[in-house]
Design a protein around this ligand. Structure first.
Ligand SMILES: Cc1cc2nc3c(=O)[nH]c(=O)nc-3n(C[C@H](O)[C@H](O)[C@H](O)COP(=O)(O)OP(=O)(O)OC[C@H]3O[C@@H](n4cnc5c(N)ncnc54)[C@H](O)[C@@H]3O)c2cc1C
Length: 500
């Protein structure tokens, strides 16, 4: 039996929080966390996710976020397959509405993995002989709008060896038992995993599996977080370090901790297996399941919201500094707005320019999806450069904490020397604390790493663009165009008579 069994319809925020109190094994700072919903490293992030669940029950937001799928299941609009452009546009609105609730600063909200899970509803039999697993998982997932994380990456150890030669570390099947398989190994990086219901485990597009040798590694499966043997080893928490909301307005509530997941002889029932010892399917899932073109719609929309937020922040920062009227400064704000427009435009292209997906559904054309990976991964770095150059030292012109502003002795000095060009010292310090948390803090540094890497390594992103261009016939048409040009002339002159 699978252990994610919270009966009923879409979870409320409170039901979601209650569902996390299941005995899962989460480690941080040498401590096994008793309850992630009350621990200072996870508490507020859990509540930020709970607010997303509550939004699906809010009469003001419900229709933007929720609709009925073809099976009659009411779920989040991106948790169901799309069958035309309007479905994708509606899903994008739902993704954007959720993303605005974290200003684009939570990447792995539950809609991220919906990019894959919805495809199980469209064509469960692609996973034959595990079609029934796919069917059942889609239903349970969509009905409750469950929160899944995913781990596709093998730990960065012995990358020079074949996958099946790194038996001591990489996840593989070690035994079959009645009713399922036993897996062992570690995967990275499970963003948000401490706050999810289950983890999806597979290989990403960069991984080569050797047929006849790597079958034990050729797996796709789902594991509920409280399964015996599943251990999460968390990175340091920015939420726990946040002094106050005033000092760390983003990291104090949107820190989706990244963890390494260890599978210590974990039993996985067949109901939770989608691909078993099948090299072709395990390596094809990334491109063929529809996951890749769909997840870029989620990640592109989320990035577009983040860029909207950053454009607004930069504009406010420039006004506070009194530099907003300078031509060169305006040009750099224009540059950032250009990136914002580019990413929104790409999400529009993803919705309008589609290709057949699983089971009669549609997915964004893959040659546009790769653009989100290629250009989206550059946008945050560009934004950081612009913030750094155009705001100069201003984000550091902030007193150490909110307590300085609460000090009667210091406050008159702060009021005088920290005022903005367009407002008082309180407002300026508040704004620049936010700017620092968004662009300069340790939390922001992790975002910079996230934006570059979440979609695969930078080389693979481009190799995939090349490969999909071939698959979609674009490379062939480009060659035809060159051939046509070459055929226009030869050593004797124009091949079709005078050039008129
Ligand atoms: C903040 C953050 C959150 C993340 N969250 C998740 C998550 O939730 N789920 C998940 O699955 N992953 C997650 N990741 C992992 C992410 O997907 C990977 O970091 C990314 O795919 C790059 O892979 P890598 O780290 O293994 O780097 P590598 O693949 O090791 O790439 C580093 C460099 O080495 C080169 N290289 C590596 N192998 C080879 C080779 N065989 N031949 C030639 N060159 C090679 C690459 O081209 C690249 O230049 C996250 C990463 C970060 C930073």
């Amino acid at each position: 039996m699978s252990s994610v069994d919270i009966a009923g319809s879409i979870l409320t925020g409170d039901q979601y929080l209650a569902s996390l109190r299941d005995g899962r094994e989460v480690w941080i700072d040498g401590e096994r966390v008793a309850d992630v919903t009350s621990h200072p490293a996870f508490r507020n992030a859990a509540r930020s996710i709970a607010r997303l669940y509550d939004a699906m029950h809010d009469p003001q937001q419900r229709d933007t976020l929720v609709a009925e799928d073809r099976y009659g299941i009411r779920t989040h609009r991106f948790f169901m397959p799309a069958y035309d452009t309007q479905d994708l546009l509606d899903a994008r609105e739902a993704i954007a509405a959720w993303s605005r609730m974290s200003y684009g600063y939570m990447g792995r909200t539950p809609d991220y993995k919906a990019s894959f899970m919805a495809t199980l509803g469209a064509d469960p039999d692609w996973y034959a002989p595990f079609g029934d697993s796919a069917r059942a998982w889609y239903r349970r997932y969509a009905e409750q709008a469950l929160f899944l994380n995913h781990v596709l990456i093998n730990p960065p150890i012995d990358r020079h060896k074949a996958v099946h030669e790194v038996e001591d570390v990489y996840v593989h099947v070690v035994a079959e038992r009645d009713g399922g398989m036993v897996v062992r190994g570690a995967k990275m990086l499970a963003t948000g995993s401490a706050l999810t219901h289950a983890t999806f485990v597979a290989q990403n597009s960069a991984v080569q599996l050797e047929e006849g040798a790597a079958e034990d590694y050729a797996l796709c499966f789902i594991v509920p977080m409280a399964s015996p043997g599943v251990k999460l080893i968390s990175r340091t928490s920015y939420e726990a370090k946040a002094v106050s909301p005033f000092d760390a307005p983003l990291s104090s509530r949107f820190d989706e901790n990244d963890a390494v997941i260890v599978f210590d002889d974990v039993f996985v029932p067949w109901e939770d297996v989608l691909v078993y010892r099948d090299v072709k399917k395990a390596t094809a899932f990334y491109a063929q399941s529809g996951f890749m073109p769909r997840y870029t719609l989620q990640s592109g929309t989320r990035l577009a919201v983040k860029l909207d937020f950053l454009c607004g922040l930069l504009d406010r920062g420039l006004k506070a500094n009194g530099t907003d009227g300078f031509r060169g400064v305006q040009a750099q704000l224009g540059e950032l707005i250009g990136w914002r427009n580019l990413i929104w435009a790409l999400t529009t292209a993803l919705c309008h320019d589609t290709q057949p997906g699983p089971g009669g559904s549609v997915v964004p054309a893959i040659e546009n999806a790769v653009l989100i990976r290629q250009f989206g991964t550059q946008a945050f770095d560009v934004a950081r450069r612009i913030f750094t150059e155009q705001l100069g030292g201003a984000p550091l012109v902030i007193p150490s904490s909110s307590r300085d502003l609460l000090s009667d002795d210091l406050r008159p000095v702060i009021d005088r020397y920290y005022r903005g060009s367009d407002g008082d010292a309180h407002d300026r310090v508040k704004l620049f604390k936010l700017i620092w948390d968004a662009m300069g803090s340790e939390f922001a540094g992790r975002h910079a790493w996230y934006e570059v890497n979440y979609s695969g390594n930078q080389e693979q992103i481009r190799l995939d663009a090349l490969r999909f261009s071939g698959v979609r016939g674009i490379t062939g048409r480009q060659q035809e165009l060159v051939d046509q040009c070459l055929a226009d002339y030869d050593l004797e002159g124009w091949t079709h008579g005078p050039w008129t």
